[in-house]
Design a binder for this molecule. Sequence first.
Ligand SMILES: Cc1cc2nc3c(=O)[nH]c(=O)nc-3n(C[C@H](O)[C@H](O)[C@H](O)COP(=O)(O)OP(=O)(O)OC[C@H]3O[C@@H](n4cnc5c(N)ncnc54)[C@H](O)[C@@H]3O)c2cc1C
Length: 434
Amino acid sequence: MGTGPGLVEPFEARVREHLAQGRITFAPRHRVDALVTSGEPTGASAEASTVWSTRASTGVPSGQAVTGVRGTVLASDDAPRGVATNREPVGEFEFTAQAVLVTSGGIGGNHDLVRAAWPQRLGPPPGVMVAGVPAHVDGRMLGISAEAGARVVNADRMWHYVEGLRNWNPIWADHGIRILPGPSSLWLDATGARLPAPYYPGFDTLGTLRHLRATGYDHSWFVLTRRIIEKEFALSGSEQNPDLTGRDLRLIAGRLRGGAPAPVAAFLEHGEDFVVADTLGELVVGMNRLATGSGAPAISEPALRALIEARDRQLANPFGKDTQLTFVRGHRRSLGDRLLRTAPPHRLLDPANGPLIAVRLHVLTRKTLGGLETDLSGRCLRADGSAVPGLYAAGEVAGFGGGGMMGYSALEGTFLGGCLFSGRQAGRAIAAQL
Ligand SMILES: Cc1cc2nc3c(=O)[nH]c(=O)nc-3n(C[C@H](O)[C@H](O)[C@H](O)COP(=O)(O)OP(=O)(O)OC[C@H]3O[C@@H](n4cnc5c(N)ncnc54)[C@H](O)[C@@H]3O)c2cc1C
């Protein structure tokens, strides 16, 4: 759920302890623009987009080592966490070190880079996306590392969500929030056609992305009821989960009480992607108004009514043949899902369950699954397989380890593990080398 502060806390405490002991020098507002090799600057000329799309790297001549970093000191800034800070240069710096570990994150904040690397197997890249990561996730260090000889691999592997909302209260530009959906919402493409099995909410992120990209339109829709949103909508991000982020047991218990959690209710009230209506006719008018300019044909009320009625009819029969409803019933066999995550199956068109809600969904950029190729010690490798002396990489910039530890599809929610583990591997290897 992205409740990062709690995860960072134990590491932060240790870093602060080392700072107090004078063992660490912390240099905020220092932006690395180049890696220094054997005392010689390699320059910051590599455009990340070129490196990312062509995977070319001129590289440091063999025999030379990375011996430090150089860059720009940026003006101080008291912007809150996540908000893009100023890029105003106030000085330059150069640090020398026996080893440099790059942990600069992925590319999801730079949509041009995402589009440049977008793989054909996922269809054409979307024209409109929302950013699920802050502006600092800009992919710039990939080009800079490649200039120093590191090889970028598996650039076509990426993980983006298909349930992105435009944040009504954005922290960064184009800020998107991902819905962590329960299984009951009806999922329609931009033309109003229901998505085929198994592309139900929360089932297969990349499969659904591939399917939706083939429709030729950038957005899709959830159609649901008040009862579903109250039980099944959770939002990703630490600020969207004040109960978990703040470890507030009273607020957490509120999840059991029912009613939409406060962050979801705020989206219902302010979010530009939401349509709330008492009748299907009004809902469709609202959906078509929102989709104006998207190029998608207008959704037809009779067609949508027929689709929902066919789905609702299946509820009358315990042996119903609606695959999604069968899955919903399966979810409810698990106590946790029944209590917290899955609304009892009900008729969408029964006003007692209303009002009806439609939510326009965008592609939301998130994880970069490829990156700097490393060996098991986190040492960056050149195209010929030899290590770039002194240069290490870990975390998302290294594809969560190695240059693509997750493979093509990844496993939802396990990305931080790769960051921590690859960081530990690299840290131990560097300590052994010093
Ligand atoms: C809302 C949200 C929810 C998420 N939820 C989950 C989840 O539930 N489970 C999960 O496993 N993963 C989740 N993730 C993904 C996970 O948080 C990231 O993959 C992970 O934080 C990446 O860590 P990192 O240290 O490699 O990079 P980052 O956390 O991106 O850190 C990179 C750092 O490098 C700095 N930097 C970049 N370039 C330079 C430069 N040139 N000079 C100096 N500094 C630079 C940046 O300022 C930043 O501080 C989520 C991500 C988001 C945004």
